[in-house]
Design a protein around this ligand. Structure first.
Ligand SMILES: N[C@@H](CCC(=O)N[C@@H](CS)C(=O)NCC(=O)O)C(=O)O
Length: 337
């Protein structure tokens, strides 16, 4: 027991917790440490011969309790500390934390593609850090900039806009800004759920999903379970698959009708919302064969959206597909030239 407490104390002294949410780590450690101390006391109270005593049932109960509390405590500490790699990030460079890319897509997360497209559009200095670490809000993507951690793609964009005095939508009227926001919200708060359900929940038993997402079955199953819960809470998960398809088709038609013959969402020049629109549309390509999003692409139901996606790729993503790709890489990547 003392060894465990010693290890935790050492970790604390080494300063592994110098991160944004270090207070909660210290609290986790103190809680677990208190639990371990309590267990230690209980064991001492039982004494070395406690197993030979007549009340062996209660000894077993204590032993099981000790085991459960110890394992839960350790799992809790490990969970809280696992993502806290200590890295010295370069100064004045935006560190973009993303789940690893795949061969034929920079990211499975539409919010990751949105944010990286924004960074490319603005030409701000950034480096990608591929990891499974989540932000303090337990979401991905997120950034670190000169020691500051910022979560949520839209908050990150607003933070960077202010820091670097950027406005990619400066050419829009107030009315256009209103429409652009409404379009973004339709995709990020509505269509997103149809995408997520279609890929992870309805697509779970589709054998082609393994081709699209070469991840262990258990990992996919965990995401499916999580999304079923989230989508039910949000409301989309309470509809039947055909009702969800109906909603998604309505969103896509609205987007396609609004885009019309324009080059970008709001006209001849790209604006900030194009990052979000493109990010969401990039996910259509990473769907199992049976998904209605795959059908939308195959049957070319919205040709202007397809042309728009290709236009955005050509402009900002010459490295969309990596030829000779050797599998996912992790950690801090070099800066793009
Ligand atoms: N509003 C957030 C949404 C980010 C988000 O939902 N990310 C997903 C991946 S696409 C995630 O981290 N999911 C993990 C979870 O919800 O536990 C943003 O704009 O960044």
């Amino acid at each position: 027991m003392d060894i465990l407490i010693g290890i935790m104390q050492k970790k604390k002294n080494k300063g592994l917790n110098k991160h944004a949410n270090s207070a909660s780590h210290i609290q986790a450690m103190v809680t677990t440490r208190t639990a371990l101390k309590g267990i230690e006391k209980m064991m001492r109270f039982g004494g070395p011969n406690c197993w030979n005593q007549s009340n062996s049932t209660s000894n077993w109960a204590v032993a099981i309790g000790v085991g459960v509390v110890t394992v839960s405590g350790l799992l809790y500490v490990l969970k809280r500390c696992k993502c806290k790699r200590k890295i010295d990030y370069p100064k004045d460079v935006i560190i973009l934390h993303l789940i690893p890319r795949l061969k034929d897509t920079p990211n499975l997360s539409p919010f990751a593609v949105k944010l990286e497209t924004y960074l490319r559009m603005t030409k701000l200095p950034y480096q990608v850090d591929y990891c499974f670490d989540m932000s303090p809000k337990h979401k991905t993507p997120w950034i670190t900039y000169n020691g500051e951690v910022v979560s949520d793609s839209q908050f990150i964009i607003e933070y960077l806009n202010e820091k670097f005095n950027i406005d990619l939508s400066s050419h829009l009227t107030d009315e256009q800004r209103g429409v652009a926001r409404a379009m973004r919200k339709m995709l990020e708060e509505d269509l997103l759920w149809a995408l997520a359900l279609s890929r992870w929940v309805y697509g779970y038993s589709d054998p082609s999903l393994r081709k699209v997402i070469p991840a262990p079955r258990f990992f996919v199953w965990r995401i499916k379970r999580m999304l079923e819960k989230y989508a039910y809470g949000q409301g989309m998960g309470r509809h039947t698959p055909s009702e969800v398809e109906h909603i998604a088709m309505g969103d896509l038609k609205a987007l396609s009708d609004f885009l019309g013959k324009k080059k970008f969402l709001m006209g001849v020049n790209p604006c900030e919302t194009d990052c979000a629109v493109f990010g969401m549309m990039s996910s259509f390509e990473k769907m199992p064969d049976g998904s209605f999003f795959t059908k939308v692409l195959k049957d070319k139901l919205f040709p202007n959206l397809d042309a728009y996606r290709e236009r955005m790729k050509e402009l900002y993503w010459p490295d969309w597909v990596i030829p000779g790709w050797e599998g996912p890489v992790m950690g801090l990547q070099p800066r793009r030239p």
